[in-house]
Every structure is written in C-alpha cells, then in structure tokens.
Design a binder for this molecule. Structure first.
Ligand code: AKG
Ligand code: FE2
Length: 263
C-alpha cells in the first residue's frame, strides 16, 4: 500500500466506519483456509438460533495452527501498521460465519457492547472486525451491507432495531419488517476473496440473502486497542466526554446506544 493509499483508506475507515484492503491473502493461503474452514464446519452442528449468522464456529489460534497463521498473517499486520492501526491486537480467536446455500439474510445490527462508556464517542476506532471472505462476495451471495457513518451518528434505524445477537435478534422472524429492511443510505460491500474488510464495531451492518447454491464463508477476527489514549495519527477535535473520561471508572456493558450516540 502506498502512503497515499494508506491515508485515504484510513480516512474512509474514520469517516464511513469501514474500509476494504485488496490483495491481502495469497491464493495458496486462501485455499488452505477454505479447506480448514470446511473441515471445521463439517465437525460442527449448526444451531437453529444462529441461522442468520449461519454456522457459528469459534476457533482459538492456540488450538489451530492455520487459524494462528491467519491471526499472525504478515500482510494484514503490515496493513494495520500502515493505516496507523498497529496498536490493535487480536482477541486470540476467530469466528467462522456463513451464509449457507440459499441461506437467510443477516439482520441490521452493530457489535459495540460498551455504549455506557464515554469512549463510545471516540472519533477513532477502538474495536474493529477483520473480515476475510473466502469467496468473492456480491449481492447474489449475500455480501456485507453497511450504513456509512452510523458508527458516530444516530439514525432513526438505531431506535427501531432489536438488539443484536444473543440480546434478541437471533430470535426474530425472517419476516421482521425492520431488521431485514432496505435502508436508503445502505451500501453493498462486494469484495474479492483475497481482500480484507475492516469495520468499526459501532457501524450498522447486515448481509443479504444467499441466492446461490454455494456456501459463502467468512472468517471474522475481532481486534481491539488495549488503551483509550488518543492514537498518534489523530489530529482532529477530541470530544469533551472522551477527553474527560475517567479511565478508572467501571462502565457497565450495553449493546444499546444511549446518550453517547447523537443524531
Ligand atoms: O456475514 C457478514 O458479512 C457479517 C457478519 C456479522 O457482522 C456478524 O455476524 O456479526
Ligand atoms: Fe456484526
């Protein structure tokens, strides 16, 4: 990545809440990951409650050398460094998520679980997903969808959603009028299989239905900064609530955006 590309990509990430970096995986490693994910899925029983996320297989790097290789993959590490995100560290594991052949869409949600914490207002990311799609994605097979900017700005949809995953959304009907709706500002994010998609945990996102006969597999790796210090690259305004945040206070977890997400 040239320094210009890195700067532009980071700007996209900060402004939109997501970005795409091309040519991260080699064809050879991609094949290895496909083989390993198929093997892990074959040994796994898909639970009905996870149907919108498809298979939902948690794997720790320490238990699986191929997954560990992905977590240490040099091109990804280098890309994070170049973007200024070198202080993000892996959780140590990944989740294999799928859209099965003809599988249902994934509901609108965001994955930030600290909405009571003033750090929710940070204009820079604190927790991000690294998404590796193991096939090319398109609207046809249920690519990722995002609503750019919603990591920092409340929109009407925020107040209409059933909270994500175990907090409710896993148990909704496929006919839910809002959770699977088309939203005017939504953007499809079709990517090639060798790409890396970064997303801010706060961004509203979903994924379409898989209309094809092929499984669409995603390996998702959560990464976080273990500090709330202002990142070196940040030269913009620092919101008062972030500047005045008490790092020693305990903030109770919450998936529901409250006063720290303003319209
Ligand atoms: O399937 C995808 O593209 C996204 C998955 C996701 O965001 C999730 O399961 O939380
Ligand atoms: Fe998500």
């Amino acid at each position: 990545m040239t320094p210009e590309t890195a700067l532009k990509t980071r700007e996209n990430m900060l402004r939109d809440g997501y970005c795409v970096i091309d040519d991260i995986l080699t064809d050879e490693f991609l094949e290895e990951l496909r083989g390993e994910s198929e093997r892990l899925i074959a040994d796994h029983t898909e639970h009905e409650e996870f149907r919108y996320q498809g298979q939902h297989v948690n794997v720790r790097g320490e238990d699986n050398p191929i997954i560990q290789k992905l977590l240490e993959w040099e091109p990804s590490r280098q890309a994070l460094e170049q973007l200024g995100f070198g202080d993000f560290q892996t959780s140590g594991g990944i989740i294999i998520l799928t859209k099965e052949a003809k599988g249902p869409p994934l509901y609108w949600h965001q994955d930030w679980m600290q909405w009571n914490d003033p750090i929710s207002c940070s204009p820079w990311p604190q927790i991000i997903f690294l998404n590796y799609y193991l096939t090319d994605t398109a609207v046809e097979n249920g690519c990722l969808k995002v609503i750019p900017g919603t990591h920092l700005k409340r929109i009407p949809l925020h107040d209409q959603l059933v909270p994500a995953h175990e907090q409710g959304a896993r148990f909704i009907e496929e006919t839910h009028p809002i959770m699977f709706s088309d939203y005017p500002d939504e953007v499809n994010v079709p990517v090639s299989a060798r790409s890396l998609v970064l997303g801010d945990a706060r961004i509203l996102h979903s994924a379409g239905r898989n209309y094809t006969d092929e499984r669409r597999t995603l390996i998702l790796a959560w990464h976080r900064r273990h500090t709330t210090d202002v990142p070196d690259y940040w030269e913009g305004h620092i919101p008062e609530v972030v500047a005045n945040r008490d790092p020693d206070q305990k903030y109770e977890g919450s998936r529901i955006p409250g006063k720290y997400l303003k319209p």
